[in-house]
Every structure is written in C-alpha cells, then in structure tokens.
Design a protein. Structure first.
Length: 182
C-alpha cells in the first residue's frame, strides 16, 4: 500500500509555504517521515501483540522527489485494513479461518507445532484434530470472506496537511534564520 502526497495538490496555504522554500527536499523528507511516524503510531494504537505492530513496523518513507513523496507499507494486510473489502484465497485452495479461541491468532503451521496434527473432516469445510475418538474443529476452510469493513489506520488528509504545515513552517523559519546569519 502506497500513499502518494503531491505538494502541488495540497491546500493552497501549504503549497504557498512550500513554494517559498529554497530546499524543498529537506521539507519533503521531514514531512514524509512525520506522516510515516503518525501512521506507525496509529497502527500501534489499534492494539494487539503482533498484527498491528507488524503493520506499524512496515511503514516507510519510500520515495521523495522535488514535489512528491510516497509513504507506504509492504505489510500483506495494510491496504485491506485501510480500505476494507473481500479476502480471497489466491495461492492456496482455501483460507483458514480460526473458529476457536485456541486457534485464534495462530496459523495452521503454528497450531500444528503444538503437537496436534490437523486434518480435514471428510465431506466438510472444517479443519481440526482428533483426540480420544472425538473430533475438535479449529479452522473453517473458505474460498473468500464476506466483505470486511475498513479499519483506517493511515493519517487522513487533514492530518497529513497539518503535518505538512508544521514542517513547512519549521523549514521556512530555519531558512530565514540561515539567510539572516549569512
């Protein structure tokens, strides 16, 4: 997931401030890093031990040019969480959806490491294990999920603009001081 921020398309005040800078790259780099920092904080604030922390750790300032910056995430679920939508099995026959507390938060491989081999119950879409002659279902096997609601974590346009204003003001003041001291 990449978010492209174009200084030409932002609000006029910010574009005017940025246009006055003699070294716009410094401004764009710090603006991009501020946006990335905010995105990481938003993801961590969602909670959990691994999932949201993984999204947070994947956020980077990926590209900066004279008038554009790209902040993105290479996490497999970053865009899914931000925008929502359906999840479909692509490289496998089916998705494995945990249906018990014991399976939640674990992949099938992680579950198997607990010493219980899993198998598909014949004629069903259920994956589980057998113990003492009884079957214990752990995962549902599905081709696709119902559309999921978005759970936005990336800063919205207003926050991105506010961060840009803060950075532009900082760099403009710094350039004025540098010019006065020269």
């Amino acid at each position: 997931m990449d978010i492209r921020i174009d200084k030409v398309k932002v609000e006029k005040t910010l574009a005017d401030l940025a246009g006055r800078l003699t070294q716009p790259m410094r401004f764009l780099k710090t603006w991009g890093n501020s946006v990335a920092k905010s995105a990481r904080a938003n993801a961590r604030a969602k909670g959990g031990r691994r999932f949201w922390r993984g999204i947070a750790q994947s956020v980077r300032l990926q590209q900066v040019s004279d008038d554009t910056l790209i902040v993105g995430s290479d996490h497999f679920a970053a865009a899914q969480k931000q925008f929502g939508g359906r999840i479909e099995a692509k490289n496998k026959e089916a998705l494995t959806i945990p249906i018990t507390e014991e399976a939640k938060g674990k992949t099938v491989a992680e579950f198997k490491m607990g010493g219980r081999p899993l198998f598909r119950l014949p004629g069903s879409n259920v994956l589980g294990y057998s113990a003492h002659g009884e079957f214990f279902p752990e995962y549902a096997l599905v081709k696709r999920t119902k559309p999921q609601k978005a759970d936005p974590w990336f800063p919205d346009n207003a926050e991105v603009s506010a961060l840009g204003m803060k950075e532009a003001e900082f760099w403009l003041k710094k350039e004025i001081k540098e010019a006065a001291g020269a």
